[in-house]
Design a binder for this molecule. Structure first.
Ligand code: FMN
Length: 209
């Protein structure tokens, strides 16, 4: 199948087959792809929680207005924005670049200053919004990579983020929930699996200048 075929095959799965679980290789392949998601300045100011525990899934379902994806899915992937994006976070990132690429750290100081200047221009709330945006890009990579791997997913923002933060103990980790994606394999009786895609026509969606 071409990438386009795979993107047509995927859909926002409403009901997963509870008997089918991702094996460790499938999960790792998917997480490898998500790790490679691009982010502004490469900061990746979010973390990704993977929930498999049935009791926690049930609690999360209750905090997601009862949506059945959360308990029928094999795993729930939770994207959580960093709430304390500060100079120390940026420093750690710059250190990692120097180490990974074998670059003299002094040569990265201008880059570090530029990032800090951009970050410091934002209020604390705006920084979190910025980090949420980066997390959504990672979500997009997950949805596409899952399709490529023949794994079903459902991007979801229909949940109470404050309750998710509490259930997952995110506050002490300096995180807050952005968006989630249950992943697994579609149930044979999920009616939406055969529904036609509804999209804005190309001439309306794209503006060529
Ligand atoms: C950010 C985001 C949030 C979404 N939230 C939910 C949700 O809470 N529950 C749900 O069933 N679907 C949710 N969806 C799925 C969309 O309804 C779905 O992607 C859209 O209707 C297009 O259909 P398709 O993905 O099947 O092609 C969400 C999708 C995105 C991208």
């Amino acid at each position: 199948m071409s990438l386009l075929d795979k993107l047509n095959w995927r859909y926002a799965t409403k009901k997963f087959d509870e008997t089918k679980k991702l094996n460790p290789d499938q999960l790792n392949a998917l997480l490898d792809a998500v790790q490679l998601a691009p982010s502004s300045a490469g900061l990746q100011a979010y973390r990704i929680i993977v929930v498999e525990n049935p009791e926690i899934k049930q609690k999360l379902r209750d905090a997601a207005y009862g949506q059945q994806q959360l308990t029928t899915a094999s795993h729930i992937v939770i994207f959580a924005a960093e709430t304390n994006l500060d100079g120390q976070y940026v420093k750690n990132y710059i250190d990692r670049i120097a180490e990974t690429r074998g670059v003299d750290r002094a040569n990265l100081e201008v880059f570090e200053t530029n990032i800090n200047n951009n970050v410091n221009r934002m209020t604390d709330d705006l920084k979190i919004v910025w980090n949420h945006k980066q997390a959504y890009i990672a979500l997009g990579v997950l949805v596409s990579a899952a399709a490529d791997l023949g794994i079903d997913s459902c991007a979801m923002e229909g949940f109470d983020a404050a309750k998710f933060d509490e259930i997952l103990g995110l506050k002490v980790l300096g995180l807050t929930t952005s968006v989630i994606a249950p992943i697994g394999f579609r149930a044979h009786d999920d009616a939406l699996s055969t529904a036609l895609k509804v999209r804005r026509p190309k001439e309306e969606l794209f503006i060529h200048i």
